[in-house]
Ligand binder design. Structure first.
Ligand code: PMP
Length: 426
């Protein structure tokens, strides 16, 4: 029995499923989750000291690579002065100023502790500001696990919400309308039908929770135009894409600006943090300035702020995102060539350092139905083959992969060598 297997057995005695977030349990791919003890740069080390080249990066935050010396130093320095005050600290303003200068349309920003909190608060804000209840979201987009956003689509273009989980009241779910990602006509139809009831649209500007699915040309622009025409707010959820697809997020990349932007993950450099921000007149509706309530004992935590700020100094460097993109191109084009050589039906998507691989005959993947129609058993076999060879991919076919600044050309070569061997077995 490996030490991971022993630890997983123990964990299951005390923690539901042995994990504190479901996807970690390897249910989608089968087998035992790997328990890690440390990480450095592009590499993770498990409890048996086996090394893995990591393309999960804690689900996105570690864009500089793991344990970057400057981020660690900033955290260690901050920790010496106390962990939390529940009162204002200057570093919150410093990070807020940076974010508002960088992110499109962000006049004011409030810090929270997770992406879930950021999107939940953004939804309340949109409802409070507009005095409307309905929210439009897209099938396959994940925005955290708050009630209004944990809604599954049924069939048809416009589906009144069906909860994805027991415990989400039907009466709440019916205020969430789920549409097909990248379906411009579906969005126009929904607004024509119920536009005057819609508080806001929430969208992953590059979907990263149904593998990696970029927006088709005009999709984000259509959301902006429909929200404007019907007095709804556009919430662009950049929890995954913020400081990941580029310095100014997907909004900078695609030239569309939100009314409310949510951030998390990369913004905290690996510490638990999130944020939501936007136009001054919208954000001024939040307590204590306005009547819409939102709060947090640990929000704006100084240690998390220090990690975020240190991280930001690096991603702001000239050429940072271009270099990351080039590396991702190399990996993705390499994988595609190897799959072709092996005669395996395969396609990919990538934007900046976010990427997805699909085992499918389809030339292009643009929505959730297509993602779910891919050859999942084949992906699972690929995943385990790569894992065995020391490459750690996300343990589910519907998750995106990430490149970090710490991945070297050697890491990429080794990944491609492993893929060559695994493709031969599929
Ligand atoms: N929004 C998006 C786009 C996400 O990818 C995630 C997490 N994967 C969340 C919100 C929720 O963030 P958290 O897990 O920090 O609550």
């Amino acid at each position: 029995m490996s030490r991971s297997e022993q630890m997983f057995t123990q964990a299951q005695k005390y923690i539901p499923g042995g994990v504190n977030s479901p996807v970690r349990a390897f249910k989608a791919v089968g087998g035992t989750p790997v328990f890690f003890q440390k990480a450095k740069g592009a590499h993770l080390f498990d409890v048996d000291d086996k090394r893995y080249i990591d393309y999960v990066q804690s689900w996105g935050p570690m864009v500089l690579g793991h344990a970057h010396p400057d981020v660690i130093a900033a955290v260690v320095d901050k920790v010496q002065h106390g962990l939390s005050f529940g009162a204002p600290t200057e570093i919150e303003t410093t990070l807020a100023q940076e974010l508002t200068q960088i992110m499109p349309g962000m006049d004011l920003v409030r810090f929270v502790n997770s992406g879930t909190e950021a999107t939940m608060s953004a939804i309340r804000l949109a409802r409070g500001v507009t005095g409307r209840d309905k929210i439009i979201k897209f099938e396959g987009c994940y925005h955290g696990h708050s009630d209004s956003l944990l809604i599954k689509a049924g069939s048809g273009a416009l589906t009144m919400g069906v909860p994805s989980s027991p415990g989400v009241p039907e009466s709440l779910a019916q205020h969430t309308v789920t549409l097909t990602y990248n379906d411009i006509a579906g969005v126009e139809q929904a607004f024509a039908d119920i536009g005057d009831q819609v508080a806001g649209v929430i969208v992953e500007p590059v979907a990263g929770n149904m593998n990696c699915v970029p927006p088709v040309p005009g999709f984000l622009q259509c959301l902006r135009a429909q929200c404007d025409a019907h007095g709804a707010l556009l919430i662009i959820d950049e929890v995954m894409t913020g400081f990941r697809v580029g310095l100014t997020g997907a909004q900078g990349h695609y030239g569309v600006t939100a009314d409310i932007t949510t951030l998390g993950k990369v913004m905290g450099g690996g510490m638990p943090v999130g944020a939501f921000g936007g136009k001054r007149e919208v954000m001024e509706q939040i307590a204590p300035l306005g009547p819409i309530y939102q709060a947090g004992t640990l929000s704006g935590n100084p240690v998390a702020m220090a990690a975020g700020l240190a991280n930001l100094q690096h991603v702001k460097a000239e050429g940072f995102y271009e270099t990351l993109s080039v590396k991702t191109d190399t990996l993705i084009h390499g994988l595609t060539a190897l799959a072709n050589d092996a005669g395996i039906a395969f396609t990919t998507n990538h934007v900046g350092s976010m990427f997805g691989v699909f085992f499918t005959e389809e030339a292009k993947i643009t929505n959730y139905q297509q993602v779910m129609a891919c050859d999942i058993p084949r992906f699972n076999k690929f995943f385990h083959g790569m894992l065995k060879r020391g490459v750690y991919l996300a343990p589910a076919s519907y998750e995106a992969g990430f490149m970090s600044a710490a991945h070297s050309s050697d890491d990429i070569d080794q990944t491609l060598q492993a893929a060559r061997e695994v493709f031969a077995t599929l």
